[in-house]
Design a protein around this ligand. Sequence first.
Ligand SMILES: [Zn+2]
Length: 242
Amino acid sequence: MPNSYSAEIDYSCESCGRDTTVQTWLIIDAAEKPDLIEQVKNETLHKLDCPGCGEPIPLDPPLLLYFLGDEPRFLYASRQQDGTGFPEDMIQEIFDELVESSGDQELKDQYHHHQAWVLKEDLPDRLKDYPNKPLREFDWTAYPALKQCEMLMVDDYLQMVMTDYFGTPDWNQKELITEKAPLLLTPAIEPWLEAQEEAFQEMGNDQNLQIIRDHLEILTRAREVGYYEAVLEFQQKQEELN
Ligand SMILES: [Zn+2]
């Protein structure tokens, strides 16, 4: 069974009234359909015109691209062009479809791979050198602030930002990360950090639990007094305790 998958969608033209059925690709296995990957790269995949009057048909489905052997092995464009997210269950359903047809269990483990979730408009850039090079490295710091806040998968976005944030012991570097990722200084971080807190608690990992709690405190306080000041306050408090 092929992995690539398309759906037939009935479309009624608003301009001329003609009914037509359009084939819409939702999953593309790059090995099966290299020509369709080319169409993604030049942004023609979902560009269809009404056979009656030639007006463009507004098509904007989610798109899952599969690259066996690459890292990450899929890219998922999960937002519509106007910035609205597709319903999560719809996205999950398409993803499950690919896991089932490919039998690729590793794919399942990679569902939350932070580099795999992309905005549709970024697909051509990510695929620029494909297949000559692996999928281009994704640099979240290049994302403007607004785009960061618009990400559908806020959890996944936070995952990649937090990996950088906790990955550096350098406070200046951490501050720089909060500047590049303004989402860190919003309440959006709370559910994410609380989930980590819970996980470390279950594992009995007290050291990491404390680190998460400290940073939840610092980042929350930073919303009021700025990151630099919040860190100073925290360090003073630590000194007093010791
Ligand atoms: Zn028409």
